[in-house]
Design a protein around this ligand. Sequence first.
Ligand SMILES: [Zn+2]
Length: 142
Amino acid sequence: MIVFDLKCGSGHVFEAWFGSSADYESQQARGLVACPLCDSAEVTKAAMAPAVPAKSNRGGGAVPMAAGNDDGMARLLAMQREMEANSDYVGRRFAAEARAIHDNGETRAVHGEATLAEARALVEDGVPLLPLPFRPLARSDA
Ligand SMILES: [Zn+2]
């Protein structure tokens, strides 16, 4: 069995199963392959697979993303500016600093860069942290 993404003359994209590629060619040539939505027999193989990848929900190292209009971005930026003004930039020492603050019961705040693995380890150890929407803006002290 082979599955094809097909497209009719009206732009409907649908999936169809055939015994083989030759079966598809033969049925298509005889006008037996029709669009299930509009019954058009003007069917071709769709150039692209459906945009939604089924069953590929495993993340593959992806990180959360935010997107929005300019207002939303401006608010995020303002929030990050305020947060940065009230915390120290520690750059790539972030994981060590965050862990030290947590272990020593300090109340100061820091921001910087961490890998996903470092961030995950911190979270697993109960260190509160938050991903920033943007790369740190102020890096003069690092
Ligand atoms: Zn159609």
